[in-house]
Design a protein around this ligand. Structure first.
Ligand SMILES: [Cu+2]
Length: 172
Protein backbone atom coordinates (compact mmCIF):
# COMPACT_ATOMS: atom_id res chain seq x y z
CA UNK A 1 0.00 0.00 0.00
CA UNK A 2 1.38 3.36 -0.99
CA UNK A 3 1.45 6.14 1.59
CA UNK A 4 -1.52 8.49 1.49
CA UNK A 5 -0.48 11.86 0.11
CA UNK A 6 -0.76 14.49 2.82
CA UNK A 7 -2.93 16.72 0.67
CA UNK A 8 -5.66 14.01 0.55
CA UNK A 9 -5.90 13.74 4.33
CA UNK A 10 -8.48 15.81 6.21
CA UNK A 11 -7.07 19.15 7.15
CA UNK A 12 -6.74 18.53 10.88
CA UNK A 13 -4.82 15.27 10.34
CA UNK A 14 -2.25 16.85 8.04
CA UNK A 15 -1.83 19.60 10.62
CA UNK A 16 -1.25 16.95 13.29
CA UNK A 17 1.30 15.17 11.11
CA UNK A 18 3.13 18.36 10.32
CA UNK A 19 3.26 19.33 13.98
CA UNK A 20 4.46 15.86 14.98
CA UNK A 21 1.48 15.41 17.30
CA UNK A 22 0.32 12.29 15.48
CA UNK A 23 3.57 10.54 16.35
CA UNK A 24 2.72 11.11 20.01
CA UNK A 25 -0.81 9.80 19.52
CA UNK A 26 0.50 6.76 17.66
CA UNK A 27 3.09 6.20 20.40
CA UNK A 28 0.38 6.19 23.06
CA UNK A 29 -1.64 3.66 21.04
CA UNK A 30 1.39 1.36 20.79
CA UNK A 31 1.97 1.65 24.54
CA UNK A 32 -1.64 0.62 25.22
CA UNK A 33 -1.35 -2.40 22.91
CA UNK A 34 1.97 -3.41 24.48
CA UNK A 35 0.41 -3.08 27.94
CA UNK A 36 -2.54 -5.33 27.15
CA UNK A 37 -0.16 -7.78 25.46
CA UNK A 38 1.92 -8.22 28.59
CA UNK A 39 -1.26 -8.66 30.66
CA UNK A 40 -2.32 -11.47 28.33
CA UNK A 41 1.12 -13.07 28.61
CA UNK A 42 0.93 -12.95 32.39
CA UNK A 43 -2.55 -14.53 32.39
CA UNK A 44 -1.44 -17.39 30.12
CA UNK A 45 1.67 -18.24 32.19
CA UNK A 46 0.72 -20.84 34.82
CA UNK A 47 1.57 -19.92 38.39
CA UNK A 48 4.77 -21.59 39.52
CA UNK A 49 4.08 -24.65 41.63
CA UNK A 50 6.12 -24.67 44.86
CA UNK A 51 8.36 -27.68 45.46
CA UNK A 52 10.63 -28.25 48.47
CA UNK A 53 13.63 -30.45 47.74
CA UNK A 54 15.86 -31.94 50.45
CA UNK A 55 19.41 -33.13 49.82
CA UNK A 56 22.77 -33.54 51.46
CA UNK A 57 25.31 -30.74 51.03
CA UNK A 58 27.57 -32.73 48.70
CA UNK A 59 24.95 -33.92 46.20
CA UNK A 60 25.66 -32.51 42.73
CA UNK A 61 23.07 -34.52 40.77
CA UNK A 62 20.42 -33.31 43.26
CA UNK A 63 21.20 -29.75 42.14
CA UNK A 64 20.89 -30.93 38.55
CA UNK A 65 17.37 -32.18 39.28
CA UNK A 66 16.46 -28.87 40.98
CA UNK A 67 17.60 -27.03 37.85
CA UNK A 68 15.53 -29.37 35.66
CA UNK A 69 12.44 -28.69 37.77
CA UNK A 70 13.00 -24.93 37.74
CA UNK A 71 13.45 -25.00 33.96
CA UNK A 72 10.06 -26.70 33.77
CA UNK A 73 8.14 -24.08 35.71
CA UNK A 74 8.40 -25.26 39.33
CA UNK A 75 9.43 -22.90 42.13
CA UNK A 76 11.92 -25.11 43.94
CA UNK A 77 13.25 -24.45 47.43
CA UNK A 78 16.57 -26.33 47.61
CA UNK A 79 17.11 -27.35 51.24
CA UNK A 80 20.32 -28.94 52.55
CA UNK A 81 19.65 -31.28 55.47
CA UNK A 82 21.77 -33.45 57.73
CA UNK A 83 19.20 -36.22 58.27
CA UNK A 84 17.72 -37.15 54.90
CA UNK A 85 16.46 -40.62 56.01
CA UNK A 86 14.19 -38.90 58.56
CA UNK A 87 12.56 -36.90 55.77
CA UNK A 88 12.10 -39.99 53.60
CA UNK A 89 10.47 -41.71 56.56
CA UNK A 90 8.15 -38.77 57.27
CA UNK A 91 6.99 -38.76 53.63
CA UNK A 92 6.53 -42.54 53.50
CA UNK A 93 9.22 -43.30 50.92
CA UNK A 94 9.86 -47.08 50.97
CA UNK A 95 13.50 -47.82 51.82
CA UNK A 96 13.99 -49.91 48.68
CA UNK A 97 12.94 -46.97 46.48
CA UNK A 98 15.21 -44.47 48.14
CA UNK A 99 17.50 -42.32 46.03
CA UNK A 100 19.68 -39.25 46.50
CA UNK A 101 17.12 -36.50 47.16
CA UNK A 102 13.55 -36.26 48.38
CA UNK A 103 11.05 -33.54 47.52
CA UNK A 104 7.52 -32.50 48.41
CA UNK A 105 4.92 -31.03 46.08
CA UNK A 106 1.30 -30.41 47.10
CA UNK A 107 1.38 -33.24 49.64
CA UNK A 108 3.08 -35.77 47.35
CA UNK A 109 6.60 -37.09 47.83
CA UNK A 110 9.05 -37.09 44.93
CA UNK A 111 11.98 -39.44 45.39
CA UNK A 112 15.04 -39.20 43.18
CA UNK A 113 15.36 -38.10 39.56
CA UNK A 114 11.65 -37.93 38.69
CA UNK A 115 11.04 -36.11 35.36
CA UNK A 116 9.06 -32.86 35.61
CA UNK A 117 6.55 -34.23 33.08
CA UNK A 118 5.69 -37.05 35.50
CA UNK A 119 5.28 -34.56 38.36
CA UNK A 120 2.85 -32.55 36.21
CA UNK A 121 0.88 -35.69 35.38
CA UNK A 122 0.83 -36.62 39.10
CA UNK A 123 -0.57 -33.21 40.05
CA UNK A 124 -3.12 -33.39 37.25
CA UNK A 125 -4.37 -36.95 37.87
CA UNK A 126 -3.92 -36.99 41.67
CA UNK A 127 -3.88 -40.77 42.19
CA UNK A 128 -4.28 -42.17 45.73
CA UNK A 129 -0.54 -42.54 46.33
CA UNK A 130 1.96 -41.04 48.76
CA UNK A 131 4.34 -40.16 45.94
CA UNK A 132 6.40 -41.26 42.97
CA UNK A 133 10.02 -42.36 42.78
CA UNK A 134 12.88 -43.14 40.45
CA UNK A 135 15.02 -45.53 42.50
CA UNK A 136 18.75 -45.58 41.93
CA UNK A 137 20.17 -42.87 39.74
CA UNK A 138 19.58 -43.93 36.13
CA UNK A 139 21.95 -42.39 33.60
CA UNK A 140 20.13 -39.88 31.41
CA UNK A 141 17.34 -39.17 33.89
CA UNK A 142 16.85 -35.43 34.69
CA UNK A 143 19.92 -34.26 36.63
CA UNK A 144 21.81 -37.43 35.65
CA UNK A 145 22.74 -36.35 32.12
CA UNK A 146 25.91 -38.17 31.15
CA UNK A 147 28.36 -38.59 28.32
CA UNK A 148 28.07 -42.32 28.96
CA UNK A 149 24.56 -42.38 27.52
CA UNK A 150 21.10 -43.11 28.83
CA UNK A 151 19.51 -46.11 30.44
CA UNK A 152 15.80 -46.93 30.51
CA UNK A 153 13.98 -46.35 33.79
CA UNK A 154 10.54 -46.67 35.31
CA UNK A 155 8.85 -44.12 37.56
CA UNK A 156 7.16 -46.00 40.40
CA UNK A 157 4.23 -44.89 42.53
CA UNK A 158 4.07 -45.86 46.21
CA UNK A 159 1.47 -45.68 48.95
CA UNK A 160 1.82 -45.16 52.70
CA UNK A 161 1.17 -48.88 53.18
CA UNK A 162 4.09 -49.80 50.91
CA UNK A 163 2.18 -50.78 47.75
CA UNK A 164 4.34 -50.08 44.69
CA UNK A 165 3.10 -49.76 41.11
CA UNK A 166 4.41 -48.53 37.77
CA UNK A 167 3.62 -44.87 37.05
CA UNK A 168 5.46 -44.38 33.74
CA UNK A 169 8.23 -45.89 31.65
CA UNK A 170 11.07 -44.01 30.05
CA UNK A 171 12.67 -46.27 27.44
CA UNK A 172 15.15 -43.40 26.61
CU1 LIG B 1 21.11 -38.17 42.13
Amino acid sequence: MSPIPLRRLPGFLSVLIRSGALALVAGAAVAVVAGSGSLAARASTPAQIPVTSYRSASCGCCKGWVQHMRANGFAVRDVVVADLPAIKQRLGVPTRLSSCHTAEVEGFALEGHVPAADVKRLLHSRPAVAGIAVPGMPLGSPGMESAYGKEPFTVLAFTRTGAISSFSRHPQ
